[in-house]
Design a binder for this molecule. Structure first.
Ligand code: URP
Ligand code: ZN
Ligand code: ZN
Length: 460
């Protein structure tokens, strides 16, 4: 059914105006004032509301076999949670074990998502080894529309690649014109420090931070950028947490390296004291890189405003507090790494960014939607409100007041890292390619309608 959204304040990365939006089929067909509706059109009154392009989470792990366990969401719970929170497109990391081929890993992730997702999705192809068979398989994957790679400089023995593999992956990426997203931490430093900490009896969640201080991450960023400089590949540092890492990326940019920086909502709002909470409570907040000193939050907020940081993601990686985090009760190195946030990213960023005066509305849209679409080859199909774009829209109620809680969330996990936090605004109505998927905070969409997004290589 066509939709006519009337009298909303339409916000994009570079505009702010009041008007109507007409959606027919899956796309936006008209934008203007006093638009007329054809018979059978659903009318949506957006007066007093903000109308944003559907938000994009450029880094999620809905399906993740990791550290001897399995992330809790599937593509149904994960994408329903995303939609209720205003996210209409996710980028999922394909993370095959090193024992699996790239082709098998890719097929596995595609199968997991197919028929289960309620919002649209794309993949970053994890290159977790680079052997004689890898290049041919990766070429096919890129041809099929997954035009970005992911490498891990951490997780020795699991997903981590060595320097030869890193070099060859970046050379191939350069040749194919695809961007390489990267988890940047020096895996040798992590492994050695973990060993030393355990040897002196530091076994609790607080040891996690000590094993991965800011320099460990900054060295990873510097390392990646050195390889990017010498291969000419374009790179994107995922989950950047601290000033030291941002400085390493900025220094590389100044040398001419094409590097983009992502941070996470967790780093903007949570600090390392959360992971130091007693009674093993800190385990809820164990992720890599770790939560940092609060001073880094100011750096990251400023980085967003000044454009040094391009995107805010979640790195959504849900592991239950009751059943999974305790795998590391006696040894912090065994606590499954990850903090869920797919449902709450947009509302927290709006509340603590826009409402607190740290972000203007244009920057908010840029870092939560438009920039990801541009960097990863989806713009202007996604990430904006324009005639011809997919009708992915978030009609946002800035007057809503509520609290986040595990008791009311859709994401399939037994805790919420932001339990009790107040939000000032939430999506009133969300559309995915012209179909209403959320009304008044409730999912009303279609499981399985989410579509795999093919993307061209745009980093040639
Ligand atoms: O702790 C994290 N970040 N868990 C998910 C896997 C990753 O490193 O992105
Ligand atoms: Zn990572
Ligand atoms: Zn991740």
């Amino acid at each position: 059914m066509p939709l006519l959204i009337k009298n909303g304040r339409i916000i994009t990365a570079d505009s702010d105006s009041v008007g109507d939006i007409y959606c027919e089929g899956e796309t936006i067909t008209q934008i203007g004032r006093d638009l007329a509706a054809k018979p059978g059109t659903e009318m949506i009154d957006a007066s007093g509301k903000l109308v944003f392009p559907g938000f994009i989470d450029p880094h999620t792990h809905i399906y993740l076999p990791f550290m001897g366990t399995q992330s809790k969401d599937d593509y149904t719970t994960g994408t329903k949670a995303a939609l209720v929170g205003g996210t209409t497109t996710i980028f999922e990391m394909v993370c095959p074990a090193r024992t699996m081929s790239a082709a098998d890993g890719y097929a596995t992730w595609r199968e997991q998502a197919e028929g289960r997702a309620a919002c649209d999705y794309a993949f970053h192809m994890g290159v977790t080894k680079f052997d004689d068979t890898s290049a041919a398989q990766l070429r096919e994957i890129v041809k099929g529309g997954t035009a970005s790679f992911k490498v891990f400089l951490a997780y020795k023995g699991a997903f981590g690649v060595d320097d030869v593999e890193l070099y060859r992956t970046l050379k191939l990426a350069r040749e194919l014109g695809v961007i390489v997203t990267a988890h940047c931490e020096n895996e040798t430093l992590v492994a050695e420090r973990q060993r030393e900490l355990l040897a002196v009896g530091i076994t609790g969640p607080e040891g996690h931070y000590q094993s991965r201080p800011p320099r460990v991450e900054a060295e990873g960023v510097h390392h990646l950028c050195t390889f990017a400089e010498l291969t000419g590949a374009h790179v994107y540092c995922v989950h950047t947490s601290c000033e030291e890492s941002l400085s390493a990326a900025v220094a590389a940019k100044q040398r001419g390296v094409c590097v983009w920086v992502e941070t996470l909502i967790q780093y903007l709002l949570l600090d390392k004291t959360y992971a130091e909470r007693g009674g093993f409570e800190g385990a809820k907040y164990v992720m890599s890189p770790p939560l940092r000193d609060a001073r880094n939050q100011t750096t990251m907020w400023r980085g967003l405003m000044t454009g040094l940081v391009s995107t805010v993601a979640t790195d959504h990686a849900p592991f239950d507090f009751a059943g999974q985090k305790p795998m590391g009760k006696e040894d912090f190195t065994k606590i499954p790494n990850g903090i869920p946030a797919i449902e709450d990213r947009v509302n927290l960023l709006y509340t603590h960014g826009v409402k607190r005066g740290r972000l203007d509305l244009q920057t908010f849209v840029s870092v939560a939607s438009t920039n990801a679409a541009k960097i990863f080859g989806l713009f202007p199909r996604k990430g904006t409100i324009a005639v011809g774009s997919d009708a992915d829209l978030v009609i946002y109620d800035p007057d809503y007041r509520g609290k986040l809680s595990a008791k009311t969330q859709i994401q399939n996990i037994d805790y919420n890292a932001f339990e009790g936090w107040e939000i000032e605004g939430r999506p009133h109505l969300v559309t995915v390619r012209g179909e209403v998927a959320v009304r008044d905070g409730k999912f009303v969409g279609t499981v399985g309608r989410g579509r795999f997004l093919q993307r061209p290589a745009t980093h040639g």
